[in-house]
Design a protein around this ligand. Structure first.
Ligand SMILES: *Cc1c(COP(=O)(O)O)cnc(C)c1O
Length: 372
């Protein structure tokens, strides 16, 4: 049995209708922005309960625009979490600000909020939280910390499209939020794409300007900006999939529950189930196991597309070497060395889940025997 991580074809319930719209767009030449993109932007904002969604090239650009629109630059500090994808920290350095890392929690891998509170100082100009793996942070606490320090909040929702906290969608709690529609994400485009979401009309206006080369009206460039506009073909794909996102996220939760029930070997640590008012849309299903590299190799040779997210933490990445992160982030490091992600996608069948559980349990027993 082969268990791939993605099944892109399964996400098109009506492929003919989607390809017909794309064919029409190919003929009209309305390839960038336009009505098709505006339509998706409105629908995505409505889905989240936000006022503005602005389509851009990627989640990374959305993060960078959020920080730029908040006026963050050299001399400022932005606090984020040590165990996240490279792009979160990259956006902070892209605007010239200093990355201040705090560790993740050992069980949920989410940002340690006591450490966040302690890291906020006079130079902190934004808090950039990550709903890592699809699990919503405690947004009551996050918003209280941001309010107490009077620091704007930015949410990295790249992995958490559709997740909620207290029945409110993540991405609507702070000044701005970034979503990624990279093909790996829960809501996936057919290429790179992202969106910046905000309830603030000024931020929305600034980001619309920034994504279009800083142009505010024809030939009037008011900001340096970037070229980062959403393509109509991507908007067609995203529009077709948006109706299914809640169903797919529910299917991901069902698969996670099946994993949790079957993975009873005492050496396997499964992620704690999310409890009300929190939510988890299981972009990734992370387990901690002993002899991680041996177990991973065996799973892969069994045809199971398991991966490590993220094997090299931010503070050990060569690109950030000259930024000198001097703190200690033991939980981020532990996550890097002892966890792996099992395949989780909405159409994974119960038999496939059971096969993965069986192979994982066997791989652990084998690796323990090899060392005994
Ligand atoms: C994917 C991802 C991003 C970047 O999104 P892109 O669309 O690939 O630029 C940012 N942050 C996190 C946590 C991600 O997982």
């Amino acid at each position: 049995m082969k268990i791939p991580r993605y099944n892109h074809r399964s996400q098109f319930t009506d492929l003919t209708a989607t390809t017909e719209k794309i064919r029409h767009t190919l003929a009209t030449g309305d390839y960038i922005l336009g009505d098709t993109v505006a339509h998706f932007e409105h629908r995505f904002a409505d889905y989240l309960g936000a006022t503005h969604a602005i389509g851009v090239n990627s989640g990374t650009d959305a993060l960078t625009f959020a920080l730029t629109a908040l006026g963050i630059g050299p001399g400022d500090e932005v606090v984020t979490v040590a165990n996240t994808f490279h792009a979160t920290a990259l956006a902070i350095t892209a605007v010239g600000a200093k990355v201040v890392l705090v560790d993740g929690e050992p069980d949920t891998y989410l940002m340690d909020l006591d450490a966040l509170d302690a890291a906020c100082g006079p130079r902190t100009k934004a808090i950039l939280v990550v709903h890592l793996f699809g699990r919503s942070l405690d947004m009551d606490r996050v918003t209280a910390i941001a309010a107490r320090h009077q620091i704007p909040l930015v949410e990295d929702c790249a992995q958490a499209g559709g997740a909620t906290w207290n029945n409110q969608r993540v991405g609507t709690f702070g000044a701005a939020a970034a979503f990624s529609f990279h093909p790996s994400k829960n809501l996936a485009a057919a290429g790179d794409a992202g969106a910046l979401v905000t309830n603030n009309a000024d931020i929305a206006h600034t980001v619309r300007t920034l994504r279009g080369l800083g142009q505010d009206g024809q030939d009037n460039h008011v900001a340096l900006g970037a070229n980062s506009k959403l393509d109509a073909i991507q908007a067609i794909v995203l529009d077709a999939k948006l109706d299914h996102l809640d169903t797919w996220n529910a299917e991901r939760r069902t698969i996670a529950a099946r994993y949790r029930h079957a993975l009873t070997h005492p050496a396997i640590t499964t992620p704690p189930p999310s409890e009300e008012p929190g939510d988890h849309v299981y972009h990734l299903y992370q387990v901690a196991v002993p002899h991680r590299d041996a177990v991973l190799a065996q799973l892969r040779s069994d045809g199971i597309d398991a991966v490590v997210r993220y094997p090299v933490p931010i503070h050990h990445q060569p690109a950030f070497a000259r930024y000198g992160f001097d703190g200690k982030y033991p939980h981020a490091e532990n996550q890097a060395t002892s966890t792996l992600c099992l395949p989780i996608r909405p159409d994974l069948s119960p038999a496939e889940v059971d096969f993965v559980c069986d192979r994982l349990t066997t791989a652990i027993t084998d690796s323990q025997e090899a060392l005994a």
